[in-house]
Write a protein that binds this ligand. Sequence first.
Ligand code: NAP
Length: 495
Amino acid sequence: MTAPAQPVDLFDLVIFGGTGDLAVRKLLPALFHRFVDGQIQDGSRIVGVAREALDDDGYRQQVRATLNGAAQSKPDKLDAFLKMVHYRPLDARKDEGWDDFAKLMGECPSHVRVFYLSTSPDLFVDICQRLGHYGLNKGESRVVLEKPIGHDLASANRINDDVGAVFAESQTYRIDHYLGKETVQNLLALRFGNALFEPLWNAGHIDHVQITVAETLGVGRRGPYYDHAGALRDMVQNHMLQLLCMVAMEPPASLSPDAVRDEKLKVLHALKPIDEGNAAQLTVRGQYRAGAAEGQSVPGYIEDLNADSKSKVEKSNTETFVALKAEIGNWRWAGVPFYLRTGKRLAERVSEIVVAFKPVPHSIFTASAGPLAQNRLVLRLQPDEGVKLWLTIKHPGPGGLRLRHVPLDMSFVEAFGVQQPDAYERLLLDVVRGNPTLFMRRDEVEAAWRWADPILAAWAASGEAPRPYTSGTWGPSAAVALIERDGRTWDEDYE
Ligand code: NAP
């Protein structure tokens, strides 16, 4: 039996952008689930902030509509939760409304204060400056920054400098929700809680690593944002590099926030540069065309952009797919490729890390036993989180020795009989607890941009358009060639 989750201290959690997509789809349901589990005490407050002219009751109605599905079997809990919910209308860029908001904050001076900036990043500075003006950055006060943090190194530095003028680094939580996923935490437990893996976790025994983050959806209503970002900025620079760091980092001395983040930073510093000299060999960009997704015909990227924007876009050079081969220049990983690929409108929705071990040095089996496959450790982040270790065993029964490749399968839902909490549930409460281990430190964000910027510059200099791929496939054929040139294949063993 695991111990019940402990309640966190009383808090005021302010969601700037409280009516937006992220707040509605992720943050409010996450808080509700933690409340139902008894981790949020009565007396804590959740304050939505946006420009829309709502009062507390109007916002509560919106939140009720959002949570009705999740609260079906617990209507009394929903009523109790909604009592915690408040709303203040204000424009981050204008003075009106801030006095009233500051007054509300002043009612509970002993509460931990969390300001979650779930708005466009160009509002971060305005919001922080005003919070500073009202002294709301003092004491047990924290600010959470949503991605994207900048568009490149220079813009990330500007945001970090401006936010840093109000909130100390120790108060600043840069969220990457991939780090809150159960499987990612499990990577730490697997690597450092078992004697089995760590001796093999190096270039002597690992052949290569693959990280796939594949979506079946297109850009949807995020088109205008996405067209200025693209897959490298939207997925690789943050989520995928963070996953790579968790796989590749040295054992930290402890789980203290800086011990873990120091080790991740060393990995980012050790990434070999990809620039104009080698980007054409090591990277592939793609853009989806019309095709089929989940049995439905779907439009291409340009049509998706035009569905969302008033102006007619005829052409875009933005990539909706990236595959690349990264290498880490240190003793542990020398010569071990890390193949990363991510894209929209791909064949399946799946996020996985595959650690492929080297083949056995010599086979004692005859050809009739069948081929010997490599051991693979597969960490699935979505849709159903779990870990599989693929092993070779003997096919049961008489009939000669035939080999089979089977998984030791640990689906978390099956193993523990409960749906795993969403990453935001853990991360939001970690902010209240003041534990930044799973958040990105400023120097990590900068190091990630320092690696990504030359790739973006190389693509811009080449002037080449992204390669087209049909929706519902695994991206451009060049992405297959990228890995097959090395005698390897993408792991597509999804069920
Ligand atoms: P969204 O749906 O466009 O919501 C934006 C929110 O900000 C709305 O509540 C909006 O309400 C408010 N807002 C806009 N201008 C404002 C102003 N001047 N003053 C005060 N409030 C203002 O955006 P979102 O999808 O929730 O995304 C929010 C942030 O999270 C973005 O940085 C995004 O990149 C990031 N993010 C989102 C997701 C996701 O799944 N949605 C995932 C990862 C990261 P009013 O218009 O009423 O003011």
